[in-house]
Write a protein that binds this ligand. Structure first.
Ligand code: ADP
Length: 228
């Protein structure tokens, strides 16, 4: 946008395989920094639930643990990014997942005079991901995430955040599907770590530790990146 001064809203990207904790961390950053979490997985699940054309096309691919086509995902993301709340700044969780998506994002941001402030790679041990994913569940009312072994609510079955007792488990969180999701990550998404490293935007963090410790580290990265 022809050289004018911008007060561009922060744009952060979370990278990492399924189960790395992107959603959990994105929600914590959302609360701490007033940013908006944009999860293409959540947007696609909403499209499936609403029975939109995109949702109908995406459903079987998601159930099989593959990647939904770039055109569908990019269109969904573009629409969501254009909504007014995103002017506060966004944390992209689960997008981009392919080089085509990463290039589309660069183009979208260039159109609005924005740029990527940081891409954070949550580095984990693949073998632990199946256990992590197969034990997880979510509050259906507010989306807070829990885990059978690692993060139980204070009172069993009741959400700490909103008090709802309606908990759900994702259909694709079965061990067989998780294996396909990990495979898709390594085949198509892991290369984006190099893509953002080359741009000088990448920070890697060890995401095998405690949720709170990782959150503290992520908070420091976000603070530095958005202060620039
Ligand atoms: P996770 O990161 O735990 O695999 P998500 O909720 O981010 O879960 O994604 C769930 C599913 O939605 C993916 O397995 C894939 O089928 C689809 N999906 C989400 N984001 C994208 C994307 N950017 N590109 C293609 N497919 C996507």
């Amino acid at each position: 946008m022809d050289g004018q001064t911008m007060t561009a809203a922060p744009v952060l990207i979370l990278l990492g395989p399924p189960g790395a904790g992107k959603g959990t961390q994105a929600r914590m950053l959302e609360e701490k920094f007033g940013l908006v979490q944009l999860s293409t997985g959540d947007l696609l699940r909403a499209a499936v639930a609403q029975g939109t054309d995109a949702g109908k096309r995406a459903k079987s691919v998601m159930d099989a643990g593959g990647l939904v086509s770039d055109d569908i995902v990019i269109a969904i993301l573009r629409d969501r990014l254009g909504e007014p709340d995103c002017a506060q700044g966004v944390i992209l969780d689960g997008f981009p997942r392919t080089t085509v998506q990463a290039q589309a994002l660069d183009q979208l941001l260039a159109e609005t005079g924005q740029r990527i402030d940081a891409a954070i790679s949550l580095e984990v041990d693949d073998t632990a991901m199946v256990t992590r994913i197969s034990g997880r569940y979510t509050c259906a009312a507010c989306g807070e995430g829990y885990h059978d072994a690692f993060k139980q609510p204070g009172q069993a079955g009741t959400c700490d955040r909103c008090g709802s007792t309606d908990m759900t488990r994702r259909a694709d969180d079965k061990a067989e599907t998780v294996a396909s999701r990990l495979e898709a990550y390594h085949a198509q998404t892991a290369q984006l770590i190099g893509f953002y490293d080359e741009k000088g935007a990448l920070t890697r963090i060890d995401a095998m530790g405690e949720i709170r410790d990782i959150a503290t580290e992520m908070g420091a990265i976000v603070k530095t990146a958005t202060a620039r």
